[in-house]
Design a protein around this ligand. Structure first.
Ligand SMILES: NC(=O)c1ccc[n+]([C@@H]2O[C@H](COP(=O)([O-])OP(=O)(O)OC[C@H]3O[C@@H](n4cnc5c(N)ncnc54)[C@H](OP(=O)(O)O)[C@@H]3O)[C@@H](O)[C@H]2O)c1
Length: 351
């Protein structure tokens, strides 16, 4: 398990992060994603830590708060020294109570949200606190000031966002710089070999600004694990997540072509399709940490083993070709108009 520098910070996190969305099973939606209880969660977290994972991702909304409770209790049960683990959580959605101010990224909700998360996790600080989604009703400055207060008060060490657009993050970075506030250090986003949309705007922005990238649903909710294919979706056993909850959206016809190529590479290496899908992400320079989800220990083992899969240039090229995004404006003009200047740069650098 390699450690990666977390964006521009001095923090080091493992290349795999353990997702905890399968813990709890409270609430109609969350029950479809997983119903693991304390003992099973203790086993998964214990194994992840033994394998060198030092990064755990949860959120207030997961299983109506139960995921945070179980995660915090597991760290206690396993007697994990606080400095051995980087705990990430999130605020934005409604958790339990439903009221006009129990949602969003307002100062009001962020300050309430962190208190409730700390209590559920039984921790005195959260290492990475992320705004789970962009709130069109709250000025960005209000949210950034509230997050900065949390950093100054020691409740939170670093600040991140999830599911934001590039322009929203750039706007927030400008505000933080102008006002001397704690800045956004990371983005948590959906990225898979079957969904490379963020390569258009977000990846160049992250690289330009030195932000970390945490990838969620790296198997597209299990779709890229090898148990779904063009022949029949029935290969997946009853209870498989995508049968109950067909999310995140995937262009299945295109994805089946990608799965065929991954299957060929996996068979040649004697490894699962899931490992190839995760290994492809681990080979992408912009990716800091891939958040893996597992319902069972054998899935966790399979996913951990992806860190040992090396893809050579030929394999990466085949995967890139079958999964490439269709050209989109202004990208195709960047390619055209930048050609001459890129050639000049290359020549100058080679001297
Ligand atoms: N920020 C956000 O908006 C957001 C959104 C979603 C997730 N997340 C984070 O990302 C983490 C991971 O997301 P995810 O759970 O959706 O990840 P995922 O890897 O795309 O899907 C996980 C599911 O795929 C199946 N699976 C996992 N490993 C497998 C393997 N090796 N072989 C076969 N099937 C396998 C399991 O479901 P089945 O056995 O039922 O098929 C498992 O529950 C979450 O825990 C959470 O921390 C964040």
């Amino acid at each position: 398990m390699r450690l990666k520098k977390f964006g521009n910070t001095g923090l080091f996190v493992s290349e795999l992060c353990l997702g905890t969305m399968t813990f709890g099973g409270e609430g109609e939606l969350w029950r479809k994603l997983g119903t693991l209880q304390q003992a099973e969660a203790d086993t998964l977290i214990g194994r992840a830590l033994d394998a060198g994972i030092n990064f755990i991702d949860t959120a207030d909304v997961y299983s109506e708060g139960r995921s945070e409770v179980i995660t915090g209790q597991a760290l206690k049960n396993l007697k994990v020294p606080r400095e051995n683990v980087v705990v990430a959580s999130k605020v934005y959605g409604e958790t339990g109570t439903k009221a006009a101010n129990s949602r969003g990224m307002s100062r009001y909700h962020i300050l309430d949200g962190v208190k409730a998360s700390l209590a559920r996790l039984q921790l005195d600080h959260i290492d990475l606190y992320q705004i789970h989604g962009f709130d069109p009703a709250t000025p960005i400055e209000e949210a950034m000031r509230a997050l900065d207060d949390l950093v100054r008060q020691g409740h939170v060490r670093y600040v991140g966002v999830s599911n934001w657009a590039a322009w929203q993050i750039m706007k927030a970075l400008g505000i933080s710089e102008r006002l001397g506030l704690a800045r956004i250090e990371s983005l948590q986003a959906y990225y898979t070999i079957a969904g490379r949309d963020l390569e258009r705007e977000l990846v160049p922005m992250l690289q330009s600004e030195g932000l970390g990238l945490m990838v969620w649903s790296p198997l597209a909710g299990g779709f890229l694990s090898g148990k779904y294919g063009r022949s029949a979706e029935t290969q997946a056993e009853a209870g498989s997540r995508r049968i109950a909850f067909d999310f995140p959206p995937v262009n299945k016809e295109r994805a089946y072509d990608v799965i065929d190529v991954m299957r060929g590479i996996g068979e040649a290496k004697g490894v699962s399709v899931a490992r190839i899908a995760l290994a492809w992400l681990l080979h992408q320079k912009a990716v800091t940490s891939v958040i893996i989800g597992a319902k069972r220990i054998d899935q966790l083992e399979d996913n951990i083993a992806a860190t040992a899969v090396e893809l050579d240039a030929h394999e990466l090229a085949a995967l890139d070709k079958v999964s490439a995004l269709p050209p989109e404006y202004p990208g195709w003009m960047f390619v055209r108009q930048g050609e001459m200047r890129r050639a000049q740069l290359k020549e100058a650098r080679s001297r």
